[in-house]
Ligand binder design. Structure first.
Ligand SMILES: *Cc1c(COP(=O)(O)O)cnc(C)c1O
Ligand SMILES: [Zn+2]
Length: 430
């Protein structure tokens, strides 16, 4: 299949073989299949059968949808860790908390390095290897660095990660270091690191693995493909997710549009992005119908979405507009109390992921989402991605957080008498 790089802003196109991440006009680039060739190869095909066929041969929950991802790759090119294949769960506790009966969570924390970033990374690293690049780089709040470090080492590539000193979770930092990336702590926030990466990419000095890289966007579309495949192609009314650098929002919008155009789903689910109140430039823009652009100095306990100047803004605006979507915001207190419910349901996810559940509760409460509507929430990262915040929450040690749903650990002497009274107490709990 022939693909082109198409500028979002001026519609200029470039050859997919160029190593290029921005249009000459500065716009972001989309990967689009050549229309004539697409029609020739795919017009008569039954896509459901095609996916069944690929699924019988490929274990990766990304590469079985290869026909719908903008890359040509032979099996031997592919750098994969069998990413995807993540579960969908229903939970009475989450339904009760959000006030919505028909809510499912798709747990992207079940990916090999513990976040959805692996879906974009398998495609982007495969592409970097095809282009004979030797060093790849990213700025990261943590999960991109963990994922890139793992896939780079799997592929035998060198990698550089820029992380904000002090605000990255130790669990994520450990992954980047352990998987072998050259790990650089910068004296500045994520947005400063991101700017360095973009400037470096524009000057041709480095190969960026952040979601400005359109191959990341292509890979992350498979969250939606796989979710619909699991639901036997029954689209929910809404898809809700945390919104940071807006890569997922962009990918989800592109996936929904394509699935709808291929007539694989009968209706477009509406997208709902949830931001943390302290890192809410997308929400502020949404309130102004995106007629103004906002940037903020980001601050939130949900470090994965602690981003004040998201690079994918134009792609994400398109996604919200094309799906009649919305953007909302929640406080850190709401995020952490929602997290205690998600964790206590036995599912568990990192703080940023649980912004989606806090946002869902809010939107149901505000009657933006109706009681009879169906929702799939995307949990983006694993519960073990930020263990410090978990321990502090349950010990009621987080400043500004009321720990309303804390499960406070207790200490006893190693005596049967004390254990007996503890069991008696537990029996009384509903
Ligand atoms: C990267 C990340 C996000 C933010 O996703 P974007 O695509 O940048 O909006 C949210 N949650 C987790 C756990 C992440 O790792
Ligand atoms: Zn352009």
């Amino acid at each position: 299949m022939k693909y082109n790089l198409t500028c979002l802003e001026c519609k200029d196109t470039y050859s997919i073989d160029e190593i290029r991440f921005f249009c000459d006009c500065g716009g972001l680039l989309d990967i689009e299949p050549d229309e004539a060739e697409w029609n020739e190869i795919y017009k008569e095909k039954n896509f459901f059968q095609l996916i069944d066929y690929r699924s019988s041969r490929l274990n990766s929950g990304v590469w079985r949808y290869v026909d719908f991802i903008g890359i040509n790759a032979k099996k031997r090119d592919i750098v994969t860790r069998n990413e995807g294949n993540t579960g969908i769960y229903k939970s009475g506790k989450i339904s009760e908390f959000t006030g919505l009966d028909d809510v499912e969570v798709k747990h992207e924390g079940e990916n090999p390095t513990g976040s959805f970033k692996d879906r974009g990374m398998t495609v982007a690293v495969t592409r970097a290897k095809q282009q004979n690049v030797s060093i790849i780089a990213c700025a990261s709040t943590g999960n991109t660095s963990a994922s890139m470090a793992s896939y780079a080492s799997t592929a035998g590539l060198k990698s550089i990660v820029l992380v904000p000193e002090g605000t990255i979770s130790r669990n994520k930092l450990s992954q980047a270091i352990a998987y072998g990336s050259r790990t650089v702590e910068i004296d500045g926030d994520f947005d400063k690191g991101m700017k360095l990466i973009i400037d470096g990419a524009k000057e041709g000095k480095l190969y960026p693995m952040n979601s400005v890289n359109p191959f990341r966007i292509e890979g992350q579309k498979t969250i939606i493909w796989e979710m619909l495949h699991q639901r036997r192609w029954q689209a929910p009314d809404w898809i809700i997710f945390p919104a940071g650098n807006l890569g997922n929002c962009s990918s989800f919008g592109k996936a929904v549009e394509e699935l709808y155009n291929y007539a694989m789903i009968g209706k477009k689910p509406r997208l709902a992005g949830v931001q943390a109140k302290g890192a809410n430039p997308f929400f502020l823009g949404f309130e102004k119908s995106f007629k103004e652009k906002f940037t903020v100095d980001a601050e939130t306990i949900a470090t994965a979405i602690r981003i004040g100047d998201p690079v994918n803004l134009p792609r994400a605006i398109r996604a919200i507009e094309n799906t009649d979507g919305i953007v909302t915001q929640v406080t850190d207190n709401e995020i952490m109390n929602a997290k205690a419910i998600v964790d206590g349901a036995g599912i568990g996810a990192e703080p940023a992921s649980c912004a989606a559940i806090a946002g869902l509760k809010k939107l149901v409460n505000d009657r933006v989402i109706g009681k009879n509507e169906s929702v799939v929430a995307i949990l983006t990262g694993h519960i073990l991605k930020d263990t410090d915040s978990v321990i502090s929450y349950h010990n009621k040690e987080l400043p500004g957080i009321d720990s309303a749903n804390a499960n406070i650990p207790v200490k006893i002497k190693p005596e049967m008498k004390e254990l007996d009274s503890l069991i008696k107490d537990l029996n009384k709990v509903e």
